[in-house]
Design a protein around this ligand. Structure first.
Ligand code: PAF
Length: 281
């Protein structure tokens, strides 16, 4: 595995790879890899000749007072794990190169970023779309892989790709969970032992909601009420949002019809965790 920091070097290699008729897959990450990242890399490995993983903790997607400074980082461990699943290039650009001092161009995807995390984290998806668009121009992938845990991010990137006519395929893969259901996240490392137990409430609440819907409940408010009640019962938890939305527009629905999205963001102590599921008919 080669580690590349230089943007021009990455672009040159991507161009040469394309000229040979080879296929490039990109897995964009902020590092501190867990099985969720590794499963995206494995899926990319199967689908492409050159597998690139980008590792960059993107300051543009963190708001004031969020965890940019303490976001977990371990470059050496990440490099070992990436190499272990057959990554060809670990692209680790320098912040100053991605965002030079006079940087002033942003990508803003509108409607699908208004709700859910977009409402609680203003500017977050502008930061995500901007860095992902830049990575697409640098790595020139034929396909890019993202986890469905960040469902709104996935929808946002799909919209950006469609609206800006970017010539690549976006693949979303299922959330990878711990044995007790907790969605894997680099931020799980912040949880104390007691908080880790409370954190199970997110996936349990989603399961309960799916069950209610399977049994015939169609009123979004009734389902959300049960979820709120379940989560608020636990110590150290505070709901940021719980919403049921159309899975493509991400607009809230009052009546559940088909595969609507149930998305949650919950503070467990000071750690904000997200999770979601599709509610089947
Ligand atoms: O999902 C993430 O880790 C980040 O939001 C991404 C897509 C790498 C952009 O910084």
């Amino acid at each position: 595995m080669t580690i590349i920091e230089d943007i021009k070097e990455m672009q040159g290699l991507a161009e040469a790879t394309r000229q040979k008729g080879l296929k490039i897959a990109l897995v964009p990450t902020m590092g501190y890899f867990h099985q969720g990242h590794l499963s995206l890399m494995e899926a990319g490995r199967e689908r492409a000749d050159l597998l690139v993983v980008s590792l960059f903790v993107n300051p543009l997607q963190f708001g004031p007072g969020e965890d940019l400074e303490k976001y977990p980082r371990d470059g050496e461990r990440d490099a070992r794990l990436a190499e272990g699943v057959g990554v060809d290039i670990l692209f680790n650009p320098r912040g100053q190169d991605l965002y030079p001092d006079d940087f002033q161009t942003y990508v803003s995807v509108e409607n699908v970023t208004r709700n859910l995390c977009g409402a609680s984290r203003p500017g977050h998806f502008r930061g995500v779309a901007t860095v992902v668009c830049k990575l697409f121009h640098i790595v020139k992938p034929h396909l890019a892989l993202f986890g469905q845990k960040d469902y709104q991010q996935l929808v946002t990137i799909r919209k950006m790709v469609r609206d800006l006519n970017l010539d690549l395929e976006v693949i979303g893969l299922p959330t990878v969970r711990e044995a007790d259901g907790l969605a894997m996240s680099s931020r799980n490392v912040y949880l104390s032992q007691a908080e880790r137990i409370s954190a199970r409430a997110l996936s349990q609440a989603l399961e309960e909601a799916r069950d209610l819907v399977r049994k015939g409940e169609r009123r979004a408010e009734a389902v959300l009420g049960r979820i709120r009640e379940r989560i608020q019962r636990l110590p150290e938890t505070a709901i940021d949002y719980a919403g049921i939305c159309d899975p493509e527009t991400l607009e809230e629905v009052a009546v559940i019809a088909g595969q609507d999205l149930l998305a949650l963001a919950v503070y467990i102590g000071k750690t904000r965790l997200i999770d979601n599921c599709l509610l089947e008919e």
